[in-house]
Design a protein around this ligand. Structure first.
Ligand SMILES: [Fe+2]
Length: 384
């Protein structure tokens, strides 16, 4: 079997890196950029920093601040209309995964006819876009700045689907993450953990995803709790920014698997944050796949700093990793599904959604209805 790995775009990393956004747009030969973001990024003053850099480089700009969590194809259409009206030739997505994914999808509409839903299908298609896309993450989680994936909600289908798009440049500035609220720090940090761990246990794993995934898990385990307890700790924030970026690189080719299929079902039905959903699904996802991939689970356990003797079974390794993740979740006061008011029956009813998600097909364990049912039940029962 051949294995594929790639890097979608170069990355510029370092504190204060947002200052060179305008300069980089100029180097690309672009004249007018559309900044895509949400209200939280505007309130945090991050858009002002971006605009200052763009103006200093003598680049014209237009703004689309209408991104919301889990943006829909309608949001993409609205952003696309602004892009066409303003005759922009470049897109900058500034924010978390929602803003970056919206920016990617909006770039399609600059040279392709709408509506956006044409391109956002249950089985993702690749669209070769022409307008440069620059991505500036403001959380340490999604890794969307280094993936081809744009996840967009299709409310008409009650689903989150994806489209694969070219990106041009990522600017990772850890200083932008210090204003991240505590709950977003933990949610996004464990989203990054999920990306690394699911990439490493995906049927399409590759040597590159192993390398950066393991390193990302090592950094997240060492720094997430510090970033949570000390939001101004720039060293921990910097390590987390790098870890999230590497976790993004880890899943760019393999993609994720059933943990994210569970998370997408929670997003569609409960409208809870993506990172929280991924974290809730993560421990039992690892326990599910561990017997099929014991060597890989031992690498994950080692990266978490757990003591691995070498004679553990896959199931034991899976339990160790699952307990370790749940311990971290408890230390950071993450709520359980029960505490948020969701019943076990409601959670179990999502089994068909999990099964039908294309991500489930990348899991090393076949996701039948029984398996999905059992997984959802354990996700509910084991973290309370
Ligand atoms: Fe994710």
């Amino acid at each position: 079997m051949f294995r594929q790995y790639s890097q979608p775009a170069p990355v510029i990393y370092g504190c204060g890196a947002i200052q060179i956004l305008g300069e980089k747009i100029k180097e690309l030969g672009c004249k007018k950029v559309l900044c895509v973001y949400d209200s939280g990024i505007e309130k945090a003053g991050i858009i002002d920093k971006a605009i200052a850099s763009i103006k200093a480089a003598g680049i014209d700009y237009a703004l689309f601040g209408g991104v919301v969590s889990d943006p829909s194809d309608e949001v993409v259409d609205k952003g696309g209309a602004v892009a066409l009206r303003e005759k922009i030739d470049c897109v900058a997505g500034i924010g978390g995964g929602s803003s970056m994914d919206a920016a990617k999808a909006i770039s399609i509409l600059i040279h392709n006819p709408g509506p956006a839903r044409t391109y956002i299908q249950a089985k993702p298609i690749t669209v070769n876009t022409k307008a440069p896309v620059i991505l500036v993450p403001t959380s340490a989680g999604t890794g969307s700045e280094v993936t081809k994936v744009a996840v967009i909600s299709r409310p008409d289908k009650n689903a989150k689907w994806s489209v694969f798009i070219n990106t041009t440049l990522a600017i990772v500035d850890p200083e932008l993450t210090v204003t991240l609220p505590k709950f977003e720090t933990v949610n996004t940090g464990l989203d990054a953990f999920s990306h690394a761990a699911e990439a490493m246990t995906c049927i399409n794993w590759n040597p590159h995803s192993d390398l950066v995934g393991e390193a990302a898990i090592r950094k997240i385990t060492a720094n997430l709790l510090i970033a949570y307890n000390e939001p101004d700790n720039l060293e921990a924030r910097s390590e987390m920014a790098l870890a999230a970026n590497w976790a993004g690189l880890a899943f760019n080719d393999p993609i994720t698997h059933v943990g994210h299929a569970v998370a997408d079902a929670f997003s569609c039905h409960f409208h809870t944050p993506h990172g929280l959903n991924c974290a809730l699904a993560l421990p039992e996802t690892m326990a599910l796949v561990a017997p099929a991939m014991p060597e890989r689970m031992a690498i994950i356990a080692n990266a978490m700093g757990l003591i691995v003797k070498g004679n553990e079974s896959g199931a034991e390794l899976g339990r160790m990793v699952a307990d370790g993740v749940r311990g971290l979740m408890r230390l950071m006061n993450m709520k359980s599904l029960e505490a948020m008011g969701y019943t076990r029956e409601k959670v179990l009813s999502l089994a068909p959604d999990v099964m039908s998600n294309h991500l489930a097909s990348y899991c090393p364990v076949q996701i039948t209805e029984d398996v999905a049912h059992g997984l959802l039940g354990r996700v509910y029962d084991t973290y309370r």
